[in-house]
Write a protein that binds this ligand. Structure first.
Ligand code: 13P
Ligand code: SF4
Length: 330
């Protein structure tokens, strides 16, 4: 069979043919075939975030999911090598949870505006300003910041962690950093007071309530699903809010005829294949950091075994405490 014919015969193409033209897929398929072989050779697993492009998500990933799912998989995998197709803090979290494994990030410049918005010194200052108040870091932070806090959380468990941390510490207040919108949206789900840091996701802060009004005017039957990193008025105007995995689960369970996913654009592309009766409409925004990861640099990472994630062992051990406390919450 020719290279072109074998590319089109790959069952993954059937899932993606509505998004990727055959010629483009045939070019991608060379990297996909090489990556699949390299995974076997290196005893590697690819963990891909829901915002990765469809050819990564469907073509080479072993596990796909939200930040929480990827952290759990990284902790439990028996593979020797973990390739994190996502952003830097996700790769650091994998290394924190499974320090004996080689963790590779295909492009170490894949950052996050939330992780950039706070440093360990800022956390120490908060600790002095608010003695006795537990500090919760969103997983979208550096290992050094996680090492300074009491608990970690993700968008999938923020309310649970807030309530657990307050109960364990005997306070009615917690500090939640660095996302002011996740903090505000979580505060509407609990009676615990939340002191927030002033960070924001550069992708989700751009959505507005006017965007939702616009999409509802155009499609009166639309179901609007939003990520909790969006501003409060966006969440108020939406039908449901949750982590990327929760948004995908909502579509799979409810089969809405038309959905606006108020989050990163690849989400809709990735879940479209398994939800053929749902039409996905705009708006969406691209995350430039997630989009730094490509088939080409995943292949390069596995060929050269670079770039490896290395964390100072003292920082990693300290950060592990806050992440494991989160994972232990039922
Ligand atoms: P999830 O944990 O919901 O996948 O979100 C991660 C993220 O970076 C969203 O912008
Ligand atoms: Fe960070 Fe926002 Fe990109 Fe998620 S979408 S990785 S929070 S910049």
């Amino acid at each position: 069979m020719s290279g072109f014919a074998s590319a089109l015969a790959d069952p993954v193409f059937a899932k993606l043919s509505h998004r990727i033209p055959p010629g483009e897929w045939a070019l991608m398929h060379e990297d996909i075939t090489a990556i699949r072989a390299l995974k076997r050779e290196r005893d590697a697993i690819i963990l891909a975030h829901n915002y990765q492009t469809p050819e990564i998500y469907h073509g080479v990933a072993d596990i796909v999911g939200d930040s929480l799912a990827l952290a759990r998989e990284a902790m439990n995998t028996q593979a020797s090598v973990i390739v994190l197709a996502g952003v830097y803090f996700m790769a650091e979290t994998a290394k924190i949870l499974n320090p004996t494994k080689t963790v590779l990030i295909p492009d170490s410049r894949a950052g996050c505006s939330l992780a950039e918005s706070i440093n360990p010194g800022d956390v120490r200052t908060l600790r002095v300003q608010h003695p006795g108040i537990p500090i919760i870091a969103y997983v979208n932070t550096s290992a050094a910041v996680k090492a300074e806090v009491d608990y970690c959380c993700t968008s999938a468990n923020a309310r649970k962690v807030v309530e657990f941390a307050a109960k364990q510490t005997g306070t009615d207040t917690v500090i939640m950093l660095p996302d002011r919108f996740l903090a505000a949206n979580t505060s509407h789900e609990t009676t615990i007071k939340i002191i927030a840091w002033d960070g924001a996701c550069e992708v989700h802060e751009r959505f507005s309530a006017a965007d939702i009004a616009g999409v509802r005017a155009q499609y009166p039957d639309v179901t609007v699903l939003a990520h909790p990193e969006c501003p409060e008025d966006v969440i108020a105007a939406s039908d449901f809010a949750g982590s990327t995995a929760a948004l995908a689960a909502y579509v799979a369970q409810h089969h809405p005829a038309r959905v606006a996913l108020i989050t990163e654009c690849s989400m809709a592309d990735n879940i479209a294949a398994s939800n053929p009766t749902t039409e996905f409409v705009k708006p969406c925004n691209l995350c430039p950091h997630m989009k730094r990861i490509s088939l080409r640099n995943i292949r390069h990472a596995l060929e050269t075994m670079t770039e490896t994630i290395n964390i100072d062992p003292t920082i990693a051990a300290q950060a592990r405490i806050s992440v494991e406390r989160m994972l232990a919450i039922p």
